[in-house]
Design a protein around this ligand. Structure first.
Ligand code: ZN
Length: 96
């Protein structure tokens, strides 16, 4: 279960929808390249310009980056430490 609040996310997306981006398709393309670290120098320069001049896309970038961070943290949490496994095994052993 992802603890990320769905209501919070919805309110953020609604907020972003209400803002106007002059060139959303292009902005999103650059944003995705930046998030995947696949942007070349020209695209990085364009991105620098965009986040200064296009607030909805800047917000979207920050939101996407935050979601990625949460998902990565969640994946790390899934790896259970060895001593916890031993503790659970012991509890099962004692319960039987
Ligand atoms: Zn934009």
């Amino acid at each position: 279960m992802v603890k990320f609040s769905g209501a919070w996310l919805k309110s953020r997306l609604k907020f972003l929808k209400n803002m106007h981006c002059p060139d959303q398709a292009n902005c999103f393309k650059i944003l995705q390249l930046m998030l995947d670290n696949e942007a070349d120098e020209a695209q990085k320069a364009q991105f620098e310009w965009q986040i200064k001049n296009c607030m909805p896309c800047y917000k979207m970038y920050r939101l996407d980056a935050a979601i990625k961070e949460v998902l990565q943290t969640k994946i790390e949490v899934k790896s259970v430490p060895g001593d916890l496994v031993d503790t659970i095994k012991l509890k099962i052993k004692n319960a039987v």
